[in-house]
Design a protein around this ligand. Structure first.
Ligand SMILES: O=C1O[C@H](COP(=O)(O)O)[C@@H](O)[C@H](O)[C@H]1O
Length: 258
């Protein structure tokens, strides 16, 4: 196990499905342990292929009921700024894969605003959506502990792109230069859809545990560069770490250049 500032602990599995299954198993354990230790648990979800695959694994797990789901707080690390229910939205995909099947308390599920939300809820402009989510996080921080503005999330899940983006923080973009722990509107993303909302890297670093879950040879170079000491401006993955643990769950193809 490695502390927040150091190198990540790397666990390599044979393939994507095994990686997703292990991530799901670990998430169930981490949430149940957080509830036992602190009486509550919080998770920051990610989108992406394996991010959603691991949620399906939680849904199908025989250990699913080890978690007291009504008291779990659910957040997102980034969101695609498209209308509510759009299949591109990370929250829509997460609901379909897992959340709709759980007895969650809707008041503890915190999606980012959709593009068609009312303006006072963050609709119409990703910067307004970012401001609205920052308020959501600040209110949660006073309930869950952490800084004044960002909760100390128990687990923050992240995928990564082939160029090393995490959340919706892309290399050498305005978001990666954001020094404050907060939420930003993101425009002109190289990966569609181009408009998004994202936690900044300093905000993600408030999480106790940060887990990268990644599969496929397309990610191998970025993962190796982050592991090898690249700057977070060049490879945002390099700046993603937790205060207590940074864990990379990879398949063999994603780990091939380590
Ligand atoms: O656009 C996004 O991409 C990343 C990675 O997705 P993948 O399909 O290449 O695994 C994801 O982590 C992020 O949440 C999402 O918005």
């Amino acid at each position: 196990m490695t502390s927040g500032g150091g190198q990540p602990t790397v666990v390599v599995h044979a393939d994507e499905q095994t990686t997703a299954r292990d991530a799901a198993d670990r998430l169930i354990t981490a949430l149940a342990e957080a509830q036992a230790a602190r009486g509550s648990a919080s998770v920051v979800l990610t989108g992406g292929g394996i991010g959603i695959a691991m949620l399906r694994e939680v849904a199908g797990s025989s250990r699913r009921d080890e978690v007291d789901w009504p008291t779990v707080e659910v957040f997102w690390g980034d969101e695609r700024f498209v209308p509510a229910g759009d299949a591109e939205r990370n929250d829509a995909q997460a609901r379909e894969a897992l959340l709709d099947a759980l007895p969650l308390d809707p008041a503890r599920v915190h999606p980012m605003a959709a593009s068609d939300a009312p303006e006072d809820a963050g609709g119409g402009d990703p910067d307004l959506a970012a401001d609205a989510y920052a308020k959501t996080l600040s209110a949660a921080a006073s309930r869950l502990g952490g800084g004044a503005a960002i909760p100390a999330f128990d687990v923050l899940l992240a995928g990564c792109g082939p160029e090393g983006h995490v959340l919706s923080v892309f290399p050498d973009s305005p978001a990666v230069h954001a020094a404050a722990a907060g939420v930003v509107g993101v425009r002109d993303c190289p990966k569609p859809p181009p408009t998004r909302v994202s936690l900044t890297l300093p905000a993600a670093r408030h999480a106790r545990e940060v887990w990268l879950v990644a599969a496929g040879g397309g990610k191998a170079e970025a993962i190796a560069r982050a592991h090898g000491g690249a700057s977070e401006v060049d490879v945002p993955l390099a700046g993603l770490r937790g205060t207590e643990r940074t864990l990379w769950l990879l398949d063999e193809a994603a780990a091939a250049q380590l």
